[in-house]
Design a protein around this ligand. Structure first.
Ligand code: G
Ligand code: G
Ligand code: MN
Ligand code: NA
Length: 254
């Protein structure tokens, strides 16, 4: 069977599922968010490389139904975990370029929030810089309608997009995620240290939350804490967890 067709039928089985990676607030030391990450366990081929099947879904347009499914499962999970205790909890969902450009994205997200009961401010969408440069005007409209809905917006892989920084002040963003390639090389490498500090300062001066992804060591963690990064995510805190383990994590560390 062609992979695209298999992907379509995987949507109807549990071969496709989400993992959730905790994001820690560095001030409180508590988990305040989970990033939802899509996984496909293929019955014959085992775990498929994410980039591969997400790119395939993007090319075939299947990313639209797939993305809707991801949003729904993620919102549903977050809503049910919020009821377990009173700490604040968000869920972050990655949006691909094609998803972001779908007509009435805000309308379909509003419908999913309505259906699952999750409050808009508990949902964060992650977009990449590339998407903002391609068609700034329509990106701005989409972001404004998401923001009007109350959904939070985060720029993923920040610092790798080679885009102008001027867009930052024109867009209704809530946070930026420092790309893991910079985090990987701190505190050892002087350039990555400089870039990391600069991104934190830039983010804060624009009133944005700054998140570091790919935090793998205690040294990195302590460095980010010292320089006022707001949130951290990465293997040092936890690998992405399946839903039952994420729930347990939240009950213990939220
Ligand atoms: O775990 P990780 O290897 O899953 O993610 C690989 C890439 O796939 C990352 O760039 C991530 O943003 C992207 N990704 C993971 N889950 C989703 C999803 O549900 N939708 C989209 N569009 N991208 C995702
Ligand atoms: O592009 P995006 O940032 O959405 O991708 C998230 C990806 O990062 C997922 O594939 C996830 O599994 C991976 N990831 C999460 N934590 C770490 C980490 O500490 N180190 C590395 N190398 N990858 C990580
Ligand atoms: Mn992401
Ligand atoms: Na990222």
């Amino acid at each position: 069977m062609a992979l695209a067709k298999e992907l379509q039928s995987a949507l109807e089985t549990s071969d496709l599922y989400l993992q959730f990676q905790p994001q820690l607030d560095l001030t409180s030391g508590k988990t305040v968010s989970f990033e939802a990450l899509l996984r496909w366990h293929h019955p014959q081929h085992g775990m498929l490389a994410r980039q591969t099947f997400i790119r395939l879904a993007e090319e075939t347009g299947l990313i639209i139904p797939l993305g809707t499914w991801v949003l729904e499962i993620a919102c549903q999970a977050c809503f049910s975990w919020q009821k377990l205790h009173s700490g604040p909890l968000q869920v972050a969902v990655n949006l691909s370029p094609r998803q972001f450009r779908q007509p009435d994205l805000a309308g379909s997200i509003a419908a999913i929030l309505e259906k699952t009961g999750l409050s808009p401010s508990s949902l964060e969408v992650e977009i990449t810089e590339g998407l903002l440069i391609e068609d700034m005007d329509s990106a701005l409209k989409t972001l404004q309608s998401l923001s009007a809905l109350g959904v939070r917006i985060s720029v993923d892989d920040f610092g790798t997009g080679h885009s102008s920084l001027t867009y930052l002040k024109h867009l209704p963003l809530d946070s930026i995620k420092i790309d893991r390639s910079f985090i990987h090389d701190i505190p050892g490498e002087i350039e990555s240290r400089a870039i990391t500090k600069a991104i934190i300062a830039l983010g804060h001066s624009l009133d944005l939350k700054v998140v570091a992804e790919g935090v793998e060591t205690q040294e990195q963690f302590l460095y980010l804490q010292e320089y006022g990064c707001d949130r951290v995510q990465g293997y040092f805190i936890s690998k992405p967890l399946n839903a039952p383990r994420a729930q347990k994590w939240w009950q213990e560390k939220g």
